[in-house]
Design a protein around this ligand. Structure first.
Ligand code: HSE
Length: 342
């Protein structure tokens, strides 16, 4: 694996790993806040859609603190108008942290940023679902060819360590299937409709107010967000080639309070379940028996059951979205890269 810049400085200490952050939205600010307390990393550049700031030896802590607290990057003294691609292509850094807005239709511009960084031999951490759901194998091949690590824990299940559990802890196991609740908005809607008898439109508005719904909430309720997450599992765990287009998808728009009630009378809950195995991938509302751990997952919580050979089923439960949770997954990936590339 390609080593990061780690030569000792004059006092013999290892230099900080230089990171370039693309995207200063909710997740970007969360990542900045955490990185500021970690001397093993130095942020040498940040870019938004409007421009960037960059310093080869690391940006000043004060400027970063202010930005994490919400100050506009364009107010920084050394702000330059220019494209993020300029930074990715031309500047020095060790790890690209790609956190720009996702696009599930064409994955751009994030896919190009990631591809360019990998070609240049830069390690990659991302929370961006589109490029991984649509082009997982292209990115994975580029990473391998250029001896780079590519980590994407934050794309699926927020802070739940799905991929590292499968990759590291279950390295010696055959994973038979992965099944879970991977969209917090729809789980929140179904839970509130059932538990509080609140109408669909009212709960959807609540989910939007809580900031968990996608900008276009049809991406949640039609199962698109869940399908993108499932495609990343399908491609990375089961080797699916055209993962996103192969996902069979049904959303929750036809689930009524009457159906939820009827299911409850028969000791079931209805959940938007994502499932993947070597045969295929499906997102759909399904009856879940009360003995299944997924039946009791309510609100915005996510959960995933990994079916293994000898370890049996493992169910991981955690917060599926939110600034701190998603930032925690990004930082865990970054630390993992640092530990493996010094
Ligand atoms: N809209 C998504 C959800 C956000 O509700 O799960 C996290 O990917």
């Amino acid at each position: 694996m390609r080593k990061v810049w780690s030569s000792p400085n004059q006092t013999g200490e290892l230099m900080s790993v230089r990171v370039l952050i693309l995207g200063v939205g909710t997740v970007g600010k969360g990542v900045l806040k955490t990185i500021l307390g970690k001397p093993e990393f130095s942020v040498c550049g940040i870019a938004s859609s409007k421009g960037y700031i960059y310093s080869e030896n690391g940006l000043g802590q004060e400027a970063l603190k202010q930005m994490a607290a919400g100050k506009k990057m364009s107010d920084a003294a050394d702000f330059k108008q220019g494209s993020a691609m300029e930074l990715v292509k031309e500047k020095e850094y060790d790890v690209l942290i790609e956190l720009t807005t996702t696009d599930i239709k064409n994955a751009e511009p994030a896919f190009s940023y990631m591809g360019e960084a990998l070609v240049r031999g830069k390690h990659l951490v991302t929370s961006n679902k589109g490029p991984l759901a649509l082009h997982f194998h292209e990115l994975d091949s580029l990473a391998k060819k250029n001896e780079c690590m590519m980590r994407f824990e934050a794309t699926v299940g927020g802070a739940i360590p799905i991929f590292s559990t499968i990759r590291d802890y279950l390295a010696d196991e055959k994973v038979g299937s992965v099944k879970g609740i991977l969209n917090g908005t729809t789980n929140y809607i179904l839970s509130r409709m059932f538990e509080e008898r609140i109408p669909y439109a009212t709960v959807l508005k609540e989910a939007q107010d809580r900031g968990i719904a996608e900008k276009d909430p049809s991406y949640d309720v039609e199962g698109i967000d869940a399908a993108a997450k499932l495609a990343i599992i399908g491609a990375s765990v089961f080797g699916k080639k055209n993962a996103y287009s192969e996902v069979k998808r049904t959303g929750i728009t036809h689930v009524t309070p009457e159906i939820l009630e009827l299911a409850a009378q028969r000791n079931y809950r209805i959940k938007l379940i994502c499932s993947a195995d070597s045969k295929g991938m499906e997102v759909s509302p399904r009856f879940v028996g009360l003995s299944d751990p997924l039946a009791s997952i309510s609100g915005t919580t996510n959960a995933v059951t990994i079916e293994t050979g000898s370890a049996g089923p493992l169910t991981l439960v955690g917060r599926g979205a939110g600034q701190n949770e998603t930032a925690a997954a990004v930082i865990a990936d970054l630390v993992n890269i640092e530990k493996n590339t010094r």
